[in-house]
Design a protein around this ligand. Structure first.
Ligand SMILES: [Zn+2]
Length: 81
């Protein structure tokens, strides 16, 4: 669960999609699609089954939060169309 004092706002589906794509490129630095701050990403949470690992992603300035699943395989420096 998120470690916010109050219930955070969740990222929209579109924002989560952008975040997932960015995570697929580089987990080292993923910017918030709302404010551009560097997102805080949890260690992978292995939920087992076919879903695979998921990540809790949060933006402190925005007070936003999302659970990102199905992160694409990380490519080294390959731009996808
Ligand atoms: Zn933000």
């Amino acid at each position: 669960m998120p470690k916010f004092r109050e219930t955070p706002v969740t990222f929209t589906r579109e924002e989560a999609r952008v975040i997932r794509h960015a995570m697929g490129r580089s987990m080292a630095r993923v910017d918030c699609p709302c404010c551009g701050s560097v997102l805080s990403i949890s260690d992978p949470i292995d939920r087992g089954g076919s879903v695979g690992a998921s990540y809790e992603v949060s933006c402190v300035p925005c007070h936003r939060f999302a659970v990102i699943t199905e992160v694409p395989k990380i490519h080294k420096s390959e731009d996808e169309p």
